[in-house]
Design a protein around this ligand. Sequence first.
Ligand code: SAM
Length: 341
Amino acid sequence: MPGETALPIASQLVDPYGRGIEYLRVSVTDRCDFRCVYCMSEHMTFLPKRELLTLEELDRLCTAFIQRGVKKLRVTGGEPLVRKNIMWLFRSLGRHLESGALEELTLTTNGSQLDKFAGDLKAAGVERINISLDTLDAAKFKAITRWGDLETVLRGIDAAQNAGLNVKINTVALKGVNEDEIEELIRFAHGRGGDMTLIETMPLGDIDGDRTAQYLPLSIVRTRLMDHLTLDECGYRTGGPARYVTVKETGGRLGFITPLTHNFCESCNRVRVTCTGTLYMCLGQDDAADLRAPLRASAEDALLDAAIVEAIARKPKGHDFIIDRRTMKPSVARHMSVTGG
Ligand code: SAM
């Protein structure tokens, strides 16, 4: 809490390939108020509450990673802002920004609750947020998200910008759905002074439809954009997997995340924790470590810390996503809403 002394920093987490782990993504809930067609099936079964880490446990867990050198923390879900009392966690984690142990506290959201929470997020020390937005057409928005409302999200984006938050728009490129709208979305994001990132669909978890039907390689999107826009290579990196260009006509930055057509593992500095305290060392592989048991076994953090160190020693070199065209099965069974986007 404010005024608390700085954390004693233990030795930094480094994986067997020499990559320092500085970035933690934490999913705080598997629940969401949307049902995006590429992410979830309409009738998802969510976890019972007792399985979830409490907000206090999430705080302890994040703090243990920060003590081990994590500098950037992204809160995600599910939809993180539907978790009850989530602002308590943001406020509590904000103390690590004040002490300097944490450099950035950030959030990925669908924007539906930002009207309510943007000011509180800014007050807790959040500076930049990612908002997922796949279309600017209200009917299409409803079709993609099943339960979402475009107007509410646009109001949320306004609220975030009015609160002084830096907004990046994330768009999943979907074949036959929003491919004709990508340029408009870029102009929308850049026109508001924000960056924009395009993402390929990743084969994570069973959904109701056929994944290969949605897959649109960003190499194709990029070639098409170049008919109308000038994309200048730029060295900008956020420590994430996106490769950025500057769009000459808008002056804004455009990132590409291409897990299927380009392997971005070599510089991977991140790990992910689910809302049940399962640590995944790689988004594209199944190996995981249970951190909930050591968290609950003792009020001290020694067991938790040992479990984290042991797990990082198993971080794999990389992944190779594939969509099996014969069985139509995803290469990784868990949904993005479980591991956190
Ligand atoms: N609810 C929040 C949101 O909408 O941003 C955070 C969680 S959501 C799972 C995070 C991001 O993952 C969103 O941008 C979403 O579009 C993306 N996503 C979900 N499933 C995906 C998939 N199979 N492939 C690519 N991106 C996916």
